[in-house]
Every structure is written in structure tokens, then in C-alpha cells.
Design a protein. Structure first.
Length: 576
């Protein structure tokens, strides 16, 4: 008895059954995500508020006119990613709606390539099912795939590259490589490194160069495509440059613990291992426990007599450690060239999720088969045979429960990071205003206004991304000017800011003029010494001029917020 003979299908029937089951699981997880996406009229994925909001321009080109924030995020969007959303908008599908459906299609593509790739390594359909199941659980336990932002495309495109690379299908492999450059360029570096490693072979206990001419042609073709697709990024000069340097970042509160984009951690191990932007490993709380079975794979492959199924593992399995090696190398290069290759974690955390899921699926299959093989080989008494087979079935059942029941064992699944807007009347009010309106606010509700109202904002925490200094330094100055004016007792200072930025509305939280509002706002506390000066003025009893105008200049209000009309503030004459 072995795991391959438990289900009595023909080989073709086995494959159809398991791939259908794999795709069904992907659909179920995708539908669970869609339920959250459409649970309210005002729901948006967290990162889509940055990467998709500006795409409303595809349907209404007059939106966000000359808006600093929208122009920046449009400039950093990869070409293929932008083109896909533009095409869908062209056939009438709103970008924010498409963003909610796209994860379902991405997870199906990812699952299909995962299944086919595993069959190239070990021709056992149940191994492909377990790997794809673990991969889906891993991806839906974190918000990369569901974001439908550029990084969501890492998984299907890297798996497609792996699959075609193993099959030595040149044109599809080059196509996958080109798409990586168009959707998530960092992946191209990983794939290029894998191509180079294909030239090295392990035989007779040592490494040597490949003797096959085709390997060199395959590698060269891939490197040429990688060079061509990355060349525009190297030659294009961004109007929002330069990129922040490591030295600059170490002196910016935004990158320090508690900052908007924390990078430098005080804890050494946290920085190098678990940091979301700086660390090697994916967050451990987002990894299914069975993924740790991946570390058993090298051991299982060393003992084929005890684990017979390991004999069916093909040399293509070495693609996984090769990817691991390339990813780790790029991780340290990215740290050495900090921020020039974007974030170091982007070179390991995505690929590690793939490697762990696939390796764990293979390892679990080999392990289960080995246990059933051991039970079948028991030659003692009948009672011992029954006991050993019961033990094997019990272990299989335990693994099955952990596999199938994983979503029930975690607090949140799927983890989508969808954000629900809690001020629909406010969004509707701003949506009814002229399309060239500019809203000034330090409220967290400002994060939602470009998405839900389609109107420009001066600043907000969501868009305070400090990697490009040409974008962030003017942005930071806007925050400082706004923060200074909002807590100033000088009407002329407030009016100067309104005139400088041509502000139309000023959105205030009702609690904005309390000390706790500033003390508990980690984002505003980054802007020192302005935040401390504002807090001191409040504690000294100085009344901000905007607080005195809330009754006179309010044009709209909710239980939590007040909207002041900027023209009303300008019409007030400072006392002589």
C-alpha cells in the first residue's frame, strides 16, 4: 500500500481529479475574498488606495488635475500593470471594481502553474494538489495577491517562468520573463540569476559547467530579454527622483521604529529576519504550520529506501534551492545598495512563500507515502499489521485535517486588508463638488477621499511614501505647512496656506483640537518640531483660528468630521 494507490484512478483521471480539486479550492478562497470586497459600497483594498485610485483617470481624464500625489503614483506604476487596467477601463470595467475581481483570476493562474510545475518535479498528482493547496493558503494569509497591485503578479509569473524553464520551452519562458519586467521588475533579477545557474550542473559530487550548447543559448536568450525589458527603467529619469539614500533614511523619522515606513529596527534579529521591509523571512504568523515540512525534503531525499517515492523526484527539484540562492544573493545586494533596488525583502519574501509551499507539498507526499510503505512492509503478527496501518491512516488523517482545516484554525482567513469607509455621506458630499477641488486635511478620512470621492487631497498618511525625494520633500513641506496652519492662532498664516496651495475645502476631525489627537497620532509626530509646537500651543490654552471658524465656515458635517469652505476663511479679515 502506498499513497499513490489509495485513490483508484487511472493516471489521467488522477491528474484531472486533483487539478480540478486544486482549482476548486482556489475559487473558494477567491470567493471568500470577493465576499469581503463587496460587503459594503465603500470597500477598498489597503494598497489599492495608492496604486489604483489614480486610474479613475482612465474613465474620467479630468480627475485629479495636476495632482502631485496622483501624478507620482502613476509615474511609478509598471507599464504592463498600467496597460492592463487601462484596457479593462477601455471596455467599461472600473479600475476599482476590476481590482476586486483580479485576485480570483490571479489565484487560478497561480494554482494552474503550481500544479503543472510540481508534476515536472514529481509526477504524482496528489503532491501537486497538496503544494497548490498550501500555496493558496499561504497567499490568502497575506495581502499580496489580494491587493492586485504589481507585487500580486510575482506568483503567477515566477511560477510560469519556472515551469517553462524546466520544460525548456524557450518562447513561453521568454514571454514570462518579459511580463515580469512589465508587471514587477524586481522579479526579473531573480529569473536572470536562475538562468545563469542553469549553466552549472551537479554530477559525481561536484559542480561543473554544462556541456550542452542548448543551455547556453537558452540562458543567453533569457538574459537578452531581461536586459531589453529592464533597459527603459535604467534609462528613464523620474521627475520625482532621486531615490533616498541609506544615510538620509537613517536620519528620517519615517524610516525609524514607529515611522510611516519603518525600516531600521532596533532589534538585530527583527531587522534581518522578520522586518517587513528589511527582513529575509515572510511573517511567521502568515505561514501555515505545515509549510515547515519543507525543511524535511532534503532529508527525505537522502533515504530513498525508507521513502521510495523520493526516487521519482526529478532533477528539476534543484530549481527550488537555486531560486533560494539567487534570492538570498539579491537580498544582500539590495541591502548593500539600499533603496536603489527598492526593498531587500521583496527579493526573498515572495520567492520564499513559493519555495516553502512547493517543497512542503512534495515533502508531505513523500513522507505520507513512506509511512504507508512502512505499514505495508510490517511482517509481524496480524495485530501489529493492523496497528501499523492504523497508525499510518491516523497520521494521514491528522495531516489531512491540518491541510483542509487550516482556515478554521486561524483568526483571520482570508486576510485581505480591505478597508471599509465609515463616512459615506462625506464621500458623497465631496464627490458632488467640482472635479478640480482640492481638500486639505490631516484626518485619517483623507486616506479614503481620492478613492471614494474621486477628489484631490493635499496630503494624507496613506500617500506619505518617502522613497523618492523629489516627491516626498515637497509632500513633507505640505504636511508641515498644513500642520502649522491648522494649529495656528494667526488667521493670516492660515490664509497664506490656502492661497499657496489653492485649497477649496478644509476637512477637520471634531477631536482635532485636543491634545490627545496630536499625542496619539504617530504619523504627525514624525514632523518635528512642528507637532510638538502645535501640542504646546494647545496645552497653553491658545485657540487655533480654525476652531473659531467651525460655526461660521462649516459647509458640511458628520458626527466625526467638519468641512470648512476655504473661501469663507479667506473672506474673514484679520483684526487690525
Amino acid at each position: 500500500m502506498d499513497i499513490c494507490s489509495i485513490l483508484k484512478f487511472s493516471n489521467k483521471s488522477k491528474t484531472k481529479f486533483w487539478i480540478t480539486l486544486s482549482l476548486t479550492v482556489a475559487v473558494v478562497y477567491g470567493i471568500l475574498g470577493l465576499q469581503q470586497a463587496f460587503s459594503s459600497p465603500y470597500v477598498v483594498q489597503d494598497d489599492a488606495r495608492q496604486h489604483v485610485f489614480w486610474m479613475q483617470r482612465f474613465l474620467e481624464p479630468q480627475l485629479f488635475p495636476d495632482n502631485w500625489i496622483a501624478n507620482y503614483f502613476q509615474s511609478v506604476a509598471p507599464t504592463g500593470y498600467t496597460s492592463l487596467y487601462r484596457f479593462m477601463a477601455g471596455i467599461g470595467i472600473e479600475p476599482l471594481i476590476f481590482n476586486k475581481f483580479l485576485p480570483l483570476f490571479l489565484t487560478l493562474i497561480t494554482t494552474g502553474y503550481c500544479f503543472k510545475f510540481i508534476l515536472q518535479i514529481i509526477p504524482v498528482p496528489i503532491a501537486a494538489f497538496i503544494s497548490s493547496l498550501l500555496l493558496n493558503q499561504t497567499l490568502w494569509s497575506y495581502n499580496d495577491l489580494v491587493s492586485a497591485t504589481p507585487r500580486a503578479f510575482v506568483y503567477p509569473l515566477l511560477l510560469a517562468f519556472w515551469y517553462y524553464c524546466l520544460r525548456r520551452s524557450l518562447l513561453p519562458c521568454l514571454g514570462a520573463l518579459a511580463l515580469q519586467g512589465l508587471f514587477y521588475p524586481q522579479t526579473v533579477f531573480i529569473s536572470a540569476g536562475i538562468l545563469i545557474l542553469q549553466l552549472f550542473k551537479w554530477e559525481g559530487g561536484r559542480i561543473h559547467w554544462s556541456q550542452k550548447r542548448g543551455d547556453y543559448l537558452f540562458c543567453l536568450s533569457g538574459l537578452v530579454v531581461a536586459f531589453v525589458v529592464m533597459l527603459p527603467y535604467a534609462l528613464t529619469t523620474s521627475e520625482f527622483g532621486p531615490i533616498v539614500s541609506a544615510t538620509q533614511a537613517r536620519n528620517m523619522a519615517e524610516f525609524l521604529p514607529g515611522g510611516r515606513t519603518t525600516f531600521f529596527e532596533d532589534n538585530f534579529w527583527e531587522f534581518w529576519l522578520n522586518g517587513d521591509r528589511s527582513g529575509i523571512l515572510p511573517r511567521r504568523e502568515s505561514l501555515p504550520i505545515l509549510l515547515y515540512a519543507a525543511f524535511l525534503l532534503p532529508l527525505l531525499l537522502r533515504y530513498p529506501s525508507q521513502f521510495p517515492l523520493s526516487r521519482r523526484v526529478k532533477p528539476g527539484v534543484f530549481l527550488l534551492p537555486q531560486t533560494l540562492l539567487v534570492s538570498l544573493s539579491l537580498f544582500f545586494v539590495a541591502h548593500a545598495l539600499l533603496f536603489k533596488l527598492h526593498l531587500p525583502s521583496r527579493y526573498t519574501q515572495h520567492s520564499f512563500r513559493l519555495i516553502l509551499s512547493l517543497a512542503a507539498g512534495i515533502a508531505l507526499t513523500i513522507l505520507l507515502d513512506g509511512i504507508f510503505h512502512w505499514a505495508a512492509q510490517t511482517t509481524q503478527s496480524r495485530l501489529s499489521k493492523i496497528g501499523s496501518r492504523s497508525l499510518a491512516l491516523g497520521f494521514a488523517a491528522f495531516v489531512g485535517v491540518l491541510l483542509i482545516g487550516y482556515p478554521s484554525f486561524v483568526e483571520e482567513f482570508p486576510k485581505t486588508a480591505y478597508k471599509q469607509g465609515n463616512a459615506p455621506e462625506l464621500y458623497e458630499f465631496f464627490a458632488s463638488q467640482p472635479q478640480d477641488s482640492l481638500i486639505a486635511s490631516l484626518s485619517r478620512e483623507a486616506d479614503n477621499l481620492p478613492t471614494f470621492s474621486g477628489r484631490s487631497i493635499l496630503v494624507s498618511r496613506e500617500y506619505a511614501i518617502p522613497y523618492h525625494q523629489g516627491y516626498y520633500q515637497p509632500f513633507r513641506q505640505r504636511v508641515i505647512d498644513l500642520l502649522t496652519a491648522q494649529y495656528s492662532a494667526d488667521l493670516a498664516q492660515v490664509q497664506d496656506v490656502i492661497k499657496k496651495y489653492e485649497i477649496d475645502f478644509w476637512l477637520l476631525d471634531r477631536s482635532a483640537f485636543t491634545s490627545d489627537y496630536l499625542v496619539n497620532n504617530s504619523w504627525l509626530q514624525q514632523y518635528q518640531p512642528i507637532a510638538t509646537e502645535a501640542l504646546t500651543q494647545l496645552q497653553q490654552g491658545k485657540i487655533p483660528v480654525l476652531a473659531t471658524m467651525m460655526e461660521r465656515c462649516t459647509i458640511f458635517q458628520t458626527e466625526e468630521t467638519v468641512v470648512l469652505q476655504a473661501d469663507c476663511i479667506l473672506e474673514n479679515v484679520p483684526p487690525g
